[in-house]
Design a protein around this ligand. Structure first.
Ligand code: UN1
Length: 502
């Protein structure tokens, strides 16, 4: 197995010098005067990607005040003009795809190809949101009264607080901030403290594209600052992606304030492989779903249900692939899987797997043990496949790492029931060409996203994205669906005073 965690990042293409990061408040970049922060690479945690000083409460107050101040002008700016700014920001992102993609890989740990792919995706999302200006902006109803028309118009909500996670450091912010701005809201954004560099890049693109001052502010801060942003009296709505526990706290806080909130939270997504499945395809897709981005997607495949007749054949394919997977420096073009986000995350995931391995009925088929080579200094974990004889915490709890829990099922009905056996409901995948099984899966599995013969992860910019059960709260994201959260409707009963027609 290849390991390249010892090579220098500069050799992988990213300039090695640490960046100094600033906050964007009221249209100006400022250094901040809070505690110093050090943003490190999960590949080599002693290596500094960026440094700076955290934002403090006065920065938050100023950012929210600037957003309030900018809101009426931005809301009154024609949608097409707002869209043109998003389009130009997409051009700026496209012009930096390689550099920012490598920085993403350096800072977050996903492979260089995935980093570059994500930066491209952010540009696509911005372009989609720009194109919204050319679509219908409301509805017209017939009136039961003569001479009257009833219109439903959409208007922006106001100042939106956006709190975003580490695992898609530019795509998820893009799919929250771009629709928020496109529909005429202003935004105050706090990204995950582990990925401030990519956050600064997205803000830079929007500033360079001509976003007026105050319309977007970016604050680099800790979870505390995020909490204060969410509850700030000047905020009108909150959009969040992250863990279910933090999400539930935010929902509670927003509930007390009667403040609209949208959260995208955890997942424990199942892939179901049925007896007639194309096993090569299923193995490829399940493997990608489980181990791309080192399993750190809320849409990742973390559970596999396979029916007994094909179980041995499928598991053999998966363990063979796992053994051959090249895990190491994500900037090395040959690497297929990088580290998780931090040593702390690595140790937490490893602990959960080791504890499970000691329980009866738990069989680690591949991986499951920390590396004992040069990779011990980085946040590396091997791709891990664990077979469970029955229920187990590994079946229920989201680990957010490269760990796939497997259970066998007698038949299709039991397999679909097992797939639905989760408090989460983000995505699922079913591998079969049996129409009856597909129709049953659509009815039986309570998820926001269902894939037939493709991996559980992935989200196109023009279609609704979001989960069921404990995976999400509030309206869906992306595509037209984003309009539901980022606008409010007014129903207008419209008629003239009834004087003579001119
Ligand atoms: C994807 O599957 O490509 O946090 C996107 C996450 C999800 C995004 C997944 N909100 O992983």
């Amino acid at each position: 197995m290849r390991h390249s965690a010892g090579s220098s990042v500069a050799a992988g293409g990213v300039p090695g010098a640490a960046r100094t990061l600033r906050h964007l408040v009221a249209g100006r970049w400022r250094p901040g005067d809070g505690d110093e922060f050090v943003d490190t690479s999960p590949t080599r945690p002693h290596e500094t990607v960026a440094t700076g000083r955290l934002a403090r409460e006065h920065d938050l107050d100023e950012a929210v005040a600037a957003a309030r101040d900018a809101f009426p002008r931005w809301a009154a700016t024609p949608h097409h003009v707002r869209g043109r700014i998003l389009d130009r920001a997409a051009d700026v992102i496209d012009a930096h795809v390689e550099q920012w993609g490598e920085e993403l890989s350096w800072e977050e740990g996903k492979t260089r190809a995935e980093g570059i792919g994500e930066v491209r995706r952010a540009a696509e999302i911005l372009r989609y949101c720009a194109s919204e200006a050319s679509r219908p902006v409301g509805e017209v109803f017939a009136s039961p009264r003569p001479g009257e028309q009833i219109q439903v118009i959409h208007r922006p909500v106001g100042v939106v607080a956006a709190v975003t996670p580490f695992n898609f450091p530019i795509a998820i912010p893009a799919w929250k901030i771009a629709p928020a701005l496109g529909y005429g809201n202003t935004v105050v954004w706090k990204p995950a403290s582990t990925v401030p560099l990519l956050a600064v890049r997205l803000a830079e693109a929007l500033v360079e594209a001509g976003l007026p001052e105050g319309v977007l502010s970016l604050l680099i801060g800790d979870g505390d600052l995020g909490g204060r942003l969410v509850e700030h009296p000047g905020v009108d709505a909150v959009t969040f992606t992250g863990s279910t526990s933090v999400g539930r706290d935010l929902i509670a806080a927003c509930g007390r304030l009667a403040r609209p909130v949208q959260t995208e939270m955890g997942g424990k997504n199942a892939a179901v492989v049925l007896a007639d499945a194309d096993l090569d395809l299923a193995a490829t897709e399940v493997f990608a779903g489980a181990f791309r981005s080192t399993g750190q997607k809320c849409t990742a495949t973390s559970r596999l249900v396979v029916v007994e007749p094909v179980a041995d054949a499928l598991l053999a394919r998966l363990t063979e692939r796992a053994a051959a997977l090249r895990v190491g420096d994500p900037l090395d073009p040959d690497t297929e899987m990088g580290p998780v986000i931090s040593l702390r995350a690595r140790d937490g995931i490893q602990r959960a797997v080791s504890e499970a391995a000691a329980r009866p009925g738990v069989d680690v088929l591949t991986g499951g043990r920390p590396y004992d080579d040069v990779r011990t200094t980085g946040a590396f974990l091997p791709p891990t496949v664990v077979e469970l004889a029955g229920d187990d915490p590994l079946w229920r709890e989201e680990l957010f790492g490269p760990v796939l829990a497997v259970r066998r099922a007698r038949d299709t009905a039991e397999a679909l029931a097992l797939a639905d056996d989760s408090d989460f409901g983000l995505s699922a995948a079913v591998f079969t060409d049996d129409l009856r099984a597909v129709t049953a899966a659509v009815q039986r599995i309570d998820v926001g996203i269902l894939h037939i013969n493709s991996e559980t992860a992935g989200a196109d910019p023009h279609v609704p994205f979001g989960g069921a059960k404990q995976s999400a709260y509030g309206p869906k994201e992306q595509g037209r669906a984003a309009r539901e959260f980022f606008t409010r409707t007014t129903t207008v009963y419209l008629r003239s005073s009834g004087g003579p027609t001119p």
